[in-house]
Ligand binder design. Sequence first.
Ligand code: NAD
Length: 257
Amino acid sequence: MTGTQDFDGLSALVTGGASGIGAAVATLLLARGARVAVLDLDPGGAPRGTLALAADVTDDDAVRDAVDRAAAELGGLHTLVSNAGIGSIGTVEDNSDEEWNRVLDVNVLGMVRTARHALPHLRGAAAGRPGAVSITQTCSIAATAGLPQRALYSASKGAVLSLTLAMAADHVREGIRVNCVNPGTADTPWIGRLLGRAEDPAAERAALDARQPMGRLVSADEVAAAVAYLASPAAASVTGTALAVDGGMQGLRLRPA
Ligand code: NAD
């Protein structure tokens, strides 16, 4: 319990909510009073107390069924957190068309499909709870940072950023707010998997920490707090915004020019 029950009476669906950032979001929304469903490829890790739904965001029918079930079992849908995503490493010379199609299918079209099926439910909820109905998408500082070895991943997150802004414009008059969070390097199982491939994972982790302006990674809970703010009634006037939770990675210039 956080003591703040600002999601009391609200229903939320979190995609990719069985691990990392999504699981932290689902846990926090639950603690703040929401009824929460998790849509995940592998829902075994969905936090206790959530409605766990198995679906692949690349499967339009499965997404529609899961979204409809969440709305039916939770009593409508006020909050969509579209967070499921996968990584990709390489330059444009490294990744095949097949790999591009796969990552864009999950990271971009996955959010399109989820929104498409959630919007009728969100629209239905907006009149009853003005300011409290929203979509928050997990983007990344990769959308705008120019990171090496992340051509495909960065392009996918650039698309998520543009999509967020366009959706915010399309649905503002319907009372549906649309924002995104841009995490820096966040300490989740995803990063654990990347480090696991290194020759010396502990040394690689120390080097990764040292490259961060704060000398440490961002935590999943810190990203979740930003998502919860954007989704909360306190952010009733916030739409079309990208909120960076990156320990200063993008904004700070620690060495003078
Ligand atoms: P994670 O791997 O810990 O969790 C991702 C979850 O998404 C998993 O539960 C996985 O099963 C689910 N998922 C993957 N593909 C899916 C699909 N096709 N359909 C349904 N569910 C699927 O990763 P994370 O670090 O928590 O990342 C979550 C989001 O945050 C992603 O969109 C990622 O791009 C973004 N992000 C992560 C970082 C980071 O450093 N960890 C930084 C910036 C942005």
